[in-house]
Design a protein. Structure first.
Lengths: 227, 268
């Protein structure tokens, strides 16, 4: 696989962009990615960006069925090809994002808009059995207790104690980070890396966990040394 | 009269719900109140055994729900306390025989003629648990100082909050004094830290519980039992009295911490 698939969270669902190239390669690559990250994709709504690639109803239909088997709902196909557009229309698939999701054509006089993945704000403690999944970033104002989990496509920030399970960059983004005032997770995952936290000595300090040189590491947070 | 309805639940099984119901029921009745205990553990009833009333059962909760008898007929009077009653669970039916609405209806009827209604919840988070908390004004969550019990208590507190019955109050049961003396307080610290709800009772591990259960009386009526005394204190706290945690005098971290948490308007 040369150019890799990219994933972005939108209001409408997960936007997966498939790079140029043979559909015969792209399709298995997409399904393999989903199989490797079932945690993240299960139950998701998918928007496929396939540029000018021409796909027939049979191709799209069989992809939709393969996705459905994986509990992924193919919701829209974005393409500039007329063949694909007709096929998508036949299958009842949407062909554009809802307005608030597409990053604006609107005239913005100043750069007041911040672009990037959307974040959700959760203002409560997640108790055992609670689970939150979001394609973008997740901010928790409260604790994540043992037995609770957060699975995010982007970063996870916990303004509280992280004692449960967090998976950041769950669709494979290795640059994702996890921030917590007290980072003592049962288990922490970033992209494909898994770590358990060592027993804490002394008082908890705000920490950030990230992948450095292929290793999941946690370091004390220092506001003047931004990374 | 308009009773306060208290449901005793835990998530994990075997942590002491039934024992707590029997002891709190006896303690409240001993304070002069009219108390009705309801066994909501349909199919696995045992509050009647713990209260020593098994042989007096004629009608049960399901009979009331299905209209086979009047509510009064299913109320069994305690052997020792004039104003303590039990509505037993059915042994031969399953929890689907009762719905949350049935529980609300029955307790509404009982409210008029009692001061306290205590509901012994089954373990788990299924229908039986939902039946038990449906009419609750206050939920008492009971746990033991062990990881799995605390995990389940946390889960239960989340569910109770979701049903807007929360956050409830915590009873920590089977606390071993030697564990505390050893300074092995990490577990207890963690419990209060994680659950973050008010504590209303700390019940020590006590042989008297087992002895009383086998006799079909409540340990709280035995003036020498430590656990019995702890339950009497929970009853007084429910009654609005400020009762210091009896074993708090010991000058060690565990108890200092509890007293800090209990302080009204404290940091929690
Ligand atoms: N403080 C205590 N000290 C010693 N033993 C105790 C104490 N509290 C409860 N027990 C014992 O623990 C056992 C379980 O108690 P109980 O039946 O009240 O639990 P439960 O939560 O109602 O269980 P279930 O989930 O099966 O309904 C009993 O044998 C009881 O005697
Ligand atoms: Mg029981």
């Amino acid at each position: 696989m040369k150019a890799s698939l990219s994933i972005k969270g939108t209001q409408d669902g997960l936007l997966v962009s498939i790079p140029e190239g043979d559909w015969g390669d792209a399709r298995p690559a997409l399904l393999q990615m989903i199989d490797e990250q079932t945690d993240f994709f299960q139950g998701a709504r998918l928007i496929l960006q396939i540029e000018q690639r021409a796909l027939r109803a049979a191709d799209l239909g069989s992809l939709r069925d393969a996705l459905a088997e994986r509990e992924v709902n193919l919701w829209a196909v974005l393409s500039s090809s007329d063949v694909t557009k007709i096929a998508a229309a036949d299958l009842g698939l949407a062909q554009q994002l809802s307005k608030s999701s597409s990053s604006g054509d609107e005239d913005v006089p100043f750069e007041t808009m911040l672009y990037g993945d959307e974040a959700v704000l959760v203002e409560k403690t997640l108790r055992s059995g609670h689970s939150i999944r979001h394609p973008g970033h997740v901010i928790i104002l409260g604790d994540i207790n043992p037995g609770a989990e957060v699975i995010a496509g982007g970063n996870v920030m916990v303004w509280g104690r992280l004692r449960g399970m967090v998976h950041a960059g769950a669709a494979g983004d290795e640059s994702s980070k996890v921030y917590a005032l007290d980072l003592s997770p049962t288990q922490l995952r970033i992209a494909g890396q898994i770590a358990v936290s060592p027993t804490r000595r002394g008082r908890p300090k705000p920490e950030v966990a990230q992948i450095r040189e292929g290793q999941l590491v946690a370091e004390e947070w220092q506001s003047n040394r931004r990374r | 009269m308009s009773a306060t309805i208290i449901t005793i639940t835990s998530g994990k099984g075997g942590v002491g719900k039934t024992t707590a119901t029997a002891n709190l029921g006896a303690s409240l009745a001993d304070l002069g109140y009219r108390v009705v205990c309801i066994d909501a553990d349909i199919g696995l009833r045992n509050l009647d055994v713990v209260m020593g009333l098994e042989n007096r059962i004629v009608y049960d909760l399901v009979d009331v729900v299905e209209g086979h008898c009047k509510l009064r007929q299913a109320m069994i009077r305690d052997k020792h306390l004039q104003d303590l009653f039990l509505i037993p669970a059915a042994q031969t039916r399953d929890k689907t025989a009762v719905s949350p609405q049935d529980m609300v209806r029955i307790t509404d009827e009982l409210r008029q003629e009692s001061d306290w209604i205590l509901i012994d919840s089954p373990a788990g988070i299924e229908r039986g648990f939902r039946n038990a908390i449906a009419p609750a004004d206050l939920v008492l969550i009971i746990t033991n100082p062990e990881v799995s019990a605390v995990r389940d208590a946390d889960r239960i507190i989340g569910l109770i909050e979701a049903e807007e019955k929360g956050p409830g109050k915590l009873i920590l049961n089977r606390v071993k004094p030697e564990m505390v003396r050893r300074g092995d307080m990490l577990a207890t610290d963690d419990i209060l830290d994680v659950l973050a709800i008010d504590l209303i009772g700390v019940i020590p591990e006590d042989e008297a519980i087992l002895i009383a259960t086998n006799r079909g009386t409540a340990a709280s009526l035995d003036s020498k039992s430590k656990a019995g005394k702890a339950y009497r204190n929970v009853a007084r706290r429910l009654n609005g009295e400020e009762v210091p945690f009896e074993i708090l005098q010991a000058n060690d971290g565990f108890f200092r911490r509890i007293s800090r948490i209990m302080k009204p308007g404290g940091e929690r």
